[in-house]
Design a protein around this ligand. Structure first.
Ligand code: UD1
Length: 341
């Protein structure tokens, strides 16, 4: 059976993807330096699928360490590259760390893939590459806008690195998956998002506030040009997102890609405002979330949601979960975390 190298496989999206890959019959090997995740995630994965995935604690920037992984697992046929630093604010403060981590790791991987004859890569990109799109919903042909942070820039640069490498090597196939806003957790509540410190993203902040860990949610702005004045995003269930990776890998392994580098938006096609998310969360969980409207967050995009037609029609993948079930799954995961401590 085909083995997929999953970098960042103990992280939020990575761990859910590992579960879906194994459930679909793939072998995996997880590589993660645990800089922003916990080895305990492996227990959660094991409990869900009944076996423990092979794990190598290696930094993707460590060429020699990664070479050992490629030597040890000589049946790797595709790489899904999740491993990256992803905090926008931190990237502004530590740009070099972000450029080294996020760009260096991709270069290392592409070099080793070439050396070991691995010709398929799925890259975790982001809708951040579109900035504030001129046309909504945004499709894959929308122009790439100047990045608003070093983090966002690493996604753009990495897409270019992959394109240039593919241009120079006809055997390389790549799928660039541009995620919108992943939320939720596995329905078992055995794996989910584990934010490091104070959450920067909306949903973990909402669940931690509901749990009483945070006093109140700060809603960043209610004076945007949107129906209720708060920002709009396309929130996508993390399992739906994980499943898209399985489809993308299968498509490359079955050599069905129409282009050497294929790009897909992964979103639901539906935009929801911060206040809509908040109200829906309160409604489905029955738990109050104190909040306060504060000023805008620097660098925030006013509104963005996906046109997912290409992923729907070409990949044959579609987001299935309702936002209600997704928010409930996030809450169940938060409750499980609370009971553990
Ligand atoms: C952010 C990044 C994006 C990155 C993604 C990765 C920015 C501008 N974008 O996306 O590049 O790919 O994280 O995780 O930082 N909100 C609040 N209160 C909070 C937190 C968030 O009101 O405490 C609002 C934000 O203003 C935004 C929405 O919730 O409107 C979603 O925010 P967030 O979860 O941080 O995601 P993005 O900003 O879309």
């Amino acid at each position: 059976m085909a083995r997929v190298l999953v970098t960042g496989g103990t992280g939020y999206i990575g761990s859910h993807t590992v579960v879906e890959l194994i459930s679909a019959g793939y072998d995996v090997v997880i590589v993660d330096n645990l800089s922003n995740s916990d080895a305990e995630v492996l227990n959660g994965i094991e409990q869900i699928i009944g076996k423990r995935p092979p794990f190598e604690k290696v930094d993707c920037n460590d060429y020699a360490g990664m070479e050992q992984v490629f030597n040890k697992y000589d049946d790797i046929c595709a790489v899904i590259h999740f491993a990256a630093s992803k905090a926008v604010g931190e990237s502004v403060e530590k740009p070099l760390m972000y450029y080294r981590n996020n760009i260096g790791s991709l270069i290392t991987l592409l070099e080793l893939m070439k050396e070991h004859g691995v010709v398929n890569i799925v890259f975790s990109s982001s809708c951040t590459v579109y900035g504030q799109p001129d046309i909504l919903p945004v499709d894959e042909n929308a122009p790439i806008k100047p990045a608003l942070s070093p983090y966002g820039n690493t996604k753009q640069i990495n897409e270019e690195i992959i394109r240039d490498t593919a241009h120079s090597d006809a055997s390389l196939h790549a799928t660039l998956l541009r995620y919108f806003n992943p939320i939720g957790a596995h329905p078992s509540a055995l794996i989910g998002e584990l934010p490091n410190g104070v959450p920067q993203n909306l949903l973990p902040f909402v669940t931690q506030t509901a749990a009483g860990i945070r006093k109140e949610l700060k809603v960043f702005g209610d004076d945007y040009d949107t129906p209720d004045g708060s920002c709009i995003r396309d929130y996508i269930n993390v399992i739906d997102l994980a499943k898209a990776h399985v489809v993308a890998v299968r498509r490359m392994l079955e050599k069905k890609s129409l282009e050497q580098v294929e790009v897909f938006n992964l979103g639901t096609g539906r935009g929801l405002s911060v206040l809509e998310i908040l109200r829906t969360f309160i409604k489905v969980t029955g738990v109050n979330v104190p909040y306060q409207i504060v000023g805008r967050r620097e660098g925030d995009i006013e509104k963005v949601w996906a046109n997912p037609d290409k992923a729907n029609n070409v990949l044959g993948w579609k987001a299935q979960e309702t936002v209600e079930d997704t928010l409930l799954s996030a809450w169940r995961w938060q409750q499980r975390l609370m009971n553990k401590v």
